[in-house]
Write a protein that binds this ligand. Structure first.
Ligand code: THU
Length: 160
Protein backbone atom coordinates (compact mmCIF):
# COMPACT_ATOMS: atom_id res chain seq x y z
CA UNK A 1 0.00 0.00 0.00
CA UNK A 2 1.10 3.56 -0.62
CA UNK A 3 -0.61 6.87 -0.25
CA UNK A 4 -1.20 9.31 -3.07
CA UNK A 5 -1.33 12.85 -1.73
CA UNK A 6 -3.73 15.07 -3.63
CA UNK A 7 -3.00 18.75 -3.20
CA UNK A 8 -4.92 21.85 -4.17
CA UNK A 9 -3.09 25.12 -4.54
CA UNK A 10 -5.17 28.10 -3.50
CA UNK A 11 -3.83 31.65 -3.62
CA UNK A 12 -5.39 33.77 -0.89
CA UNK A 13 -5.71 37.48 -1.60
CA UNK A 14 -7.42 40.48 -0.16
CA UNK A 15 -9.75 42.18 -2.64
CA UNK A 16 -7.31 45.09 -3.05
CA UNK A 17 -4.52 42.73 -4.05
CA UNK A 18 -6.44 41.41 -7.05
CA UNK A 19 -5.60 42.66 -10.54
CA UNK A 20 -7.92 45.25 -12.06
CA UNK A 21 -9.55 42.68 -14.38
CA UNK A 22 -10.11 40.28 -11.45
CA UNK A 23 -11.68 43.07 -9.41
CA UNK A 24 -14.00 43.96 -12.29
CA UNK A 25 -15.17 40.35 -12.59
CA UNK A 26 -15.74 40.10 -8.84
CA UNK A 27 -17.75 43.34 -8.92
CA UNK A 28 -19.90 41.83 -11.67
CA UNK A 29 -20.46 38.66 -9.60
CA UNK A 30 -21.46 40.85 -6.62
CA UNK A 31 -23.85 42.79 -8.83
CA UNK A 32 -25.43 39.55 -10.05
CA UNK A 33 -26.35 38.65 -6.47
CA UNK A 34 -29.17 41.19 -6.52
CA UNK A 35 -31.01 39.28 -9.27
CA UNK A 36 -30.87 35.94 -7.46
CA UNK A 37 -34.19 34.23 -6.78
CA UNK A 38 -33.58 32.58 -3.42
CA UNK A 39 -36.78 32.80 -1.33
CA UNK A 40 -36.22 29.38 0.23
CA UNK A 41 -32.59 29.55 1.35
CA UNK A 42 -32.09 33.31 1.62
CA UNK A 43 -28.61 32.56 0.25
CA UNK A 44 -28.06 34.80 -2.77
CA UNK A 45 -25.26 33.82 -5.12
CA UNK A 46 -23.89 35.72 -8.11
CA UNK A 47 -21.50 34.48 -10.78
CA UNK A 48 -19.69 36.21 -13.63
CA UNK A 49 -18.03 34.40 -16.50
CA UNK A 50 -15.51 36.05 -18.81
CA UNK A 51 -14.89 34.52 -22.21
CA UNK A 52 -11.69 34.59 -24.24
CA UNK A 53 -13.32 37.13 -26.59
CA UNK A 54 -13.93 39.54 -23.68
CA UNK A 55 -17.68 38.93 -23.38
CA UNK A 56 -18.92 38.76 -19.80
CA UNK A 57 -22.03 36.83 -18.74
CA UNK A 58 -23.66 36.88 -15.34
CA UNK A 59 -25.89 34.45 -13.51
CA UNK A 60 -27.45 33.92 -10.11
CA UNK A 61 -29.14 31.10 -8.25
CA UNK A 62 -32.71 30.39 -9.31
CA UNK A 63 -34.59 28.41 -6.69
CA UNK A 64 -37.82 26.46 -6.97
CA UNK A 65 -40.50 25.24 -4.55
CA UNK A 66 -39.53 21.76 -5.77
CA UNK A 67 -36.01 22.29 -4.41
CA UNK A 68 -33.94 20.11 -6.77
CA UNK A 69 -35.43 21.91 -9.77
CA UNK A 70 -33.52 25.09 -8.92
CA UNK A 71 -30.07 25.87 -10.28
CA UNK A 72 -26.89 27.38 -8.82
CA UNK A 73 -25.49 30.69 -10.01
CA UNK A 74 -22.37 29.12 -11.52
CA UNK A 75 -24.32 26.78 -13.76
CA UNK A 76 -26.77 29.49 -14.82
CA UNK A 77 -23.84 31.73 -15.87
CA UNK A 78 -21.77 28.97 -17.45
CA UNK A 79 -24.61 27.42 -19.46
CA UNK A 80 -25.73 30.85 -20.58
CA UNK A 81 -22.20 31.75 -21.76
CA UNK A 82 -21.67 28.42 -23.53
CA UNK A 83 -25.13 28.68 -25.13
CA UNK A 84 -24.35 32.12 -26.58
CA UNK A 85 -20.75 31.41 -27.64
CA UNK A 86 -20.38 27.63 -28.08
CA UNK A 87 -16.98 27.99 -29.74
CA UNK A 88 -15.35 30.43 -27.32
CA UNK A 89 -13.37 29.28 -24.29
CA UNK A 90 -14.17 30.53 -20.81
CA UNK A 91 -11.25 32.42 -19.32
CA UNK A 92 -12.35 33.32 -15.81
CA UNK A 93 -15.18 32.81 -13.37
CA UNK A 94 -15.93 34.82 -10.22
CA UNK A 95 -18.56 34.05 -7.59
CA UNK A 96 -19.89 35.90 -4.57
CA UNK A 97 -22.62 35.10 -2.04
CA UNK A 98 -24.81 37.31 0.14
CA UNK A 99 -26.85 36.24 3.15
CA UNK A 100 -28.05 37.81 6.41
CA UNK A 101 -27.54 41.32 4.98
CA UNK A 102 -23.91 40.87 4.03
CA UNK A 103 -21.49 39.21 1.65
CA UNK A 104 -19.78 36.16 3.12
CA UNK A 105 -16.56 36.85 5.01
CA UNK A 106 -14.90 33.69 3.73
CA UNK A 107 -15.07 32.75 0.07
CA UNK A 108 -18.11 30.94 -1.26
CA UNK A 109 -17.06 27.66 -2.88
CA UNK A 110 -18.99 25.91 -5.67
CA UNK A 111 -21.01 22.77 -4.97
CA UNK A 112 -19.92 19.44 -6.40
CA UNK A 113 -22.37 19.52 -9.33
CA UNK A 114 -21.15 22.98 -10.36
CA UNK A 115 -17.52 21.86 -10.16
CA UNK A 116 -18.36 19.03 -12.54
CA UNK A 117 -20.04 21.42 -14.97
CA UNK A 118 -17.16 23.91 -14.79
CA UNK A 119 -14.67 21.10 -15.42
CA UNK A 120 -16.57 20.04 -18.54
CA UNK A 121 -16.20 23.55 -19.95
CA UNK A 122 -12.49 23.62 -19.11
CA UNK A 123 -11.98 20.23 -20.80
CA UNK A 124 -14.18 21.06 -23.77
CA UNK A 125 -12.11 24.07 -24.76
CA UNK A 126 -8.79 22.65 -23.51
CA UNK A 127 -8.23 25.94 -21.75
CA UNK A 128 -7.79 26.61 -18.04
CA UNK A 129 -10.51 28.59 -16.31
CA UNK A 130 -9.29 30.86 -13.54
CA UNK A 131 -11.63 30.62 -10.55
CA UNK A 132 -12.07 33.60 -8.22
CA UNK A 133 -14.01 32.91 -5.03
CA UNK A 134 -14.96 36.09 -3.25
CA UNK A 135 -15.20 36.73 0.48
CA UNK A 136 -14.96 40.12 2.18
CA UNK A 137 -11.99 38.99 4.32
CA UNK A 138 -10.29 36.68 1.83
CA UNK A 139 -10.48 35.95 -1.87
CA UNK A 140 -9.36 32.57 -3.22
CA UNK A 141 -7.87 32.35 -6.68
CA UNK A 142 -7.33 28.99 -8.35
CA UNK A 143 -5.56 28.61 -11.68
CA UNK A 144 -8.05 26.12 -13.02
CA UNK A 145 -11.15 24.13 -12.19
CA UNK A 146 -9.20 20.86 -11.99
CA UNK A 147 -7.71 22.16 -8.72
CA UNK A 148 -11.25 22.32 -7.35
CA UNK A 149 -12.14 18.78 -8.32
CA UNK A 150 -9.35 16.31 -7.67
CA UNK A 151 -9.90 12.67 -8.59
CA UNK A 152 -12.55 13.80 -11.03
CA UNK A 153 -14.59 11.83 -13.51
CA UNK A 154 -14.20 13.25 -16.99
CA UNK A 155 -14.27 12.52 -20.71
CA UNK A 156 -11.03 10.54 -20.61
CA UNK A 157 -12.42 8.38 -17.76
CA UNK A 158 -14.87 6.92 -20.28
CA UNK A 159 -12.08 5.64 -22.49
CA UNK A 160 -10.00 3.56 -20.07
N1 THU B 1 -25.73 27.93 -4.42
C1 THU B 1 -25.17 28.50 -5.53
O1 THU B 1 -25.86 29.12 -6.35
N2 THU B 1 -23.84 28.36 -5.71
C2 THU B 1 -22.99 27.81 -4.80
O2 THU B 1 -21.79 27.80 -5.03
C3 THU B 1 -23.50 27.22 -3.56
C4 THU B 1 -24.98 27.15 -3.46
C5 THU B 1 -27.15 28.12 -4.20
C6 THU B 1 -28.04 26.92 -4.34
C7 THU B 1 -29.21 27.32 -3.47
O3 THU B 1 -30.07 28.16 -4.24
C8 THU B 1 -28.60 28.16 -2.38
O4 THU B 1 -27.34 28.59 -2.88
C9 THU B 1 -28.41 27.44 -1.06
O5 THU B 1 -27.73 26.25 -1.24
Amino acid sequence: MWQRIVETKVAVYSFDELSESQQILVEEAKKQVSNAYAPYSGFHVGAAVELANGEVFGGNNQENSAYPSGLCAERVAMFYANAQFPKVAVKSLAIAAYTNDDFLKLPVTPCGACRQVLLESETRFESDIEVILYGTDEVYVLNNVRQLLPLCFEKSSLQQ
